[in-house]
Design a protein around this ligand. Structure first.
Ligand SMILES: *[C@@H]1O[C@H](CO)[C@@H](O)[C@H](O)[C@H]1NC(C)=O
Ligand SMILES: *[C@@H]1O[C@H](CO)[C@@H](O)[C@H](O)[C@H]1NC(C)=O
Ligand SMILES: *[C@@H]1O[C@H](CO)[C@@H](O)[C@H](O)[C@H]1NC(C)=O
Ligand SMILES: *[C@@H]1O[C@H](CO)[C@@H](O)[C@H](O)[C@H]1NC(C)=O
Ligand SMILES: *[C@@H]1O[C@H](CO)[C@@H](O)[C@H](O)[C@H]1NC(C)=O
Ligand SMILES: *[C@@H]1O[C@H](CO)[C@@H](O)[C@H](O)[C@H]1NC(C)=O
Ligand SMILES: *[C@@H]1O[C@H](CO)[C@@H](O)[C@H](O)[C@H]1NC(C)=O
Ligand SMILES: *[C@@H]1O[C@H](CO)[C@@H](O)[C@H](O)[C@H]1NC(C)=O
Length: 465
């Protein structure tokens, strides 16, 4: 009895050592994005990363200055091949070889480069690159082996737009048919053969935001009291992240690869939002990321209902708020730090601190129920006039706004100026396309308002969000 128990312990210890997986030190990472013109220099940024005691960092290129700063640290590094190099490297092994030589091999002895990611969310972009993705992964893998850089795994981060229809219930999900044969099967086969990981960017925030009427915020935020979601197969989901991961596991199983290991290449929660977004504030972001870290680092690992006990290495998005990202306000506000290096909120990435051990958070501002807020999208009076004119032409042209009312004789022709005309066109565009993802941005030339801009017989339709 005793001896058998000893063997069991030994076997477990060996299994842990071989998988290299249960070392909690390397489970949490941070995404160091650089789409800001006001970010700390690599030296200070790397000091912030060291200060947080994370085991991993992921960058969106192979920036030599950052790789130098990470030299002689214990931090494992994930580097990325830019999207525009996938086609050339997929076609030409020499170029893949050169990339490995210049951008990996020369740093490898001092910097712990452990993952090479081939492009970023490439399946969310135009399909021209798709046929070259797996060939590029194979060429890079071969080049790494040739240089004896055996510790570097090759993968590519995917987004959660891989699925046919809804993620509810997760047991019924499947991959989009346009992706399966051309890309996903060859990719999963490659990941399986090379014992690499499927990298997935998985954001409960977006899934919840898309369907806030049917998914509770508590479920997205790992609240201990969240209502449990029961799948048809009897599995119980306590949070949205597990449900999203199991949708992926189910879909992988349906194409014949149920066991490929998963890494969460991005997740997080934004701290600031536009009027037509919801849920993004410091309160929710702190709760999400603090609970995420404790969940991921829990030992024994919880895993998900379909992957019980599995450790999911997780990179939080992001180190900094990045002011050059376009799109809605949330895009520029995912950081744990402001660009100057001061904290957006307090977070312990080693997972030791409980919610109750942190100081008080700013309360979450009250939010309108989904569909109850009336918004209008109007011209930003501070915008550059030329930009405003360009955006107006876009809205009335490609944007398919109805611009008849702002033509001579129309109800909104007067006042006859660009700001008034742009306001009408922006609002019509936003009203038509908000539901399908249209935003009130127009390169910064538009602003949302809760005040009805209608006048006389000129009517601005409100958008309910
Ligand atoms: C690869 O290294 C070269 C030379 O240092 C550098 O100019 C280039 O930006 C690097 N590539 C990436 C993707 O960072
Ligand atoms: C591959 O790239 C190398 C380096 O640029 C070039 O010399 C070679 O001709 C290319 N091979 C093919 C088949 O295009
Ligand atoms: C890309 O999309 C077009 C249009 O839907 C289709 O005709 C083509 O076959 C697709 N190519 C790939 C590689 O999937
Ligand atoms: C919420 O779920 C119900 C029932 O499944 C569905 O009819 C409705 O369209 C969903 N609402 C949203 C906003 O998705
Ligand atoms: C869960 O608890 C939070 C506060 O901790 C509360 O705001 C929320 O309403 C509770 N949710 C449920 C479903 O009881
Ligand atoms: C850093 O930036 C934040 C946000 O802009 C600001 O509130 C804070 O005062 C700045 N801290 C320092 C030390 O400049
Ligand atoms: C409207 O404004 C344009 C541009 O300023 C001007 O050329 C045009 O004469 C105006 N039309 C009327 C009817 O005021
Ligand atoms: C429009 O929004 C921008 C960015 O949020 C802001 O700086 C600007 O003051 C707003 N303009 C108006 C007229 O409200």
């Amino acid at each position: 009895m005793k001896l058998a128990y000893c063997f069991l312990l030994l076997a477990t210890a060996i299994a842990i050592a071989i998988s290299g997986h249960s070392d909690a030190r390397y489970t949490i990472g941070v995404n160091y994005g650089q789409l800001g013109d006001n970010l700390l220099a690599p030296h200070e940024a790397v000091n912030l990363i060291k200060g947080m005691k994370v085991g991993k960092v992921k960058i969106y290129d192979a920036n030599p200055a950052i790789l130098e700063e990470l030299a002689n640290t214990d931090i494992k590094v994930s580097v990325m091949l830019p999207n525009d190099q996938i086609i050339p490297l997929g076609m030409n092994k020499t170029l893949a070889h050169n990339f490995v030589l210049t951008n990996i091999s020369s740093f490898y002895s001092n910097t712990k480069i452990r993952t090479l990611l081939v492009g970023n969310e490439i399946l969310s972009a135009s399909n021209e690159t798709w046929p070259y993705l797996v060939p590029a992964m194979i060429n890079l893998h071969e080049a790494l082996r040739k240089h004896k850089l055996r510790k570097v795994k090759v993968s590519t981060p995917l987004a959660m737009d891989l699925f046919e229809g809804s993620l509810f219930p997760p047991s019924r999900t499947s991959f989009r048919t346009d992706l399966i044969e051309p890309v996903l099967k060859p990719m999963l086969s490659f990941l399986d053969d090379t014992r690499s990981f499927l990298f997935i960017d998985v954001y409960p925030f977006f899934e919840w935001e898309k369907n806030a009427a049917n998914i509770s915020l508590d479920f997205a935020l790992f609240a201990p009291n969240a209502t449990i979601y029961k799948d048809e197969n009897g599995l119980a989901y306590h949070n949205l992240l597990d449900l999203q991961l199991d949708a992926l596991v189910t879909s992988m199983g349906k194409v014949g690869y149920p066991d490929v290991k998963i890494t969460i290449s991005e997740t997080g929660w934004p701290t600031k939002m536009d009027l037509d977004e919801r849920g993004a504030n410091v309160h929710n972001a702190a709760l999400f990321n603090r609970r995420l870290v404790r969940k991921v680092l829990a030992r024994p690992p919880a895993g998900t209902p379909l992957r019980k006990g599995e450790v999911f290495d997780t990179y939080i998005f992001a180190l900094f708020n990045e002011n050059l990202k376009t799109g809605p306000m949330t895009e520029r506000n995912w950081g744990l730090f402001y660009p100057n290096g001061s904290k957006v909120y307090d977070i312990d990435l080693t997972g030791h601190k409980k919610d109750t051990q942190y100081g008080p958070l700013p309360p979450a501002p009250p939010e309108a129920a989904p569909g109850s807020l009336k918004l209008w999208c109007i011209a930003n009076s501070e915008a550059d006039p030329a930009a405003l004119g360009g955006a107006l032409s876009y809205a009335c042209g490609q944007g398919s706004a109805d611009c008849k009312p702002i033509q001579s004789g129309g109800a909104c022709f007067f006042p006859n100026d660009t700001i008034s005309h742009a306001s009408y066109a922006f609002n019509d565009y936003y009203n038509k396309f908000h539901k399908s993802g249209g935003t009130c941005v127009f390169g910064g030339a538009a602003n949302l308002t809760t005040e009805d801009p209608s006048y006389g017989s000129c009517n601005y339709a409100p958008t309910l969000v």
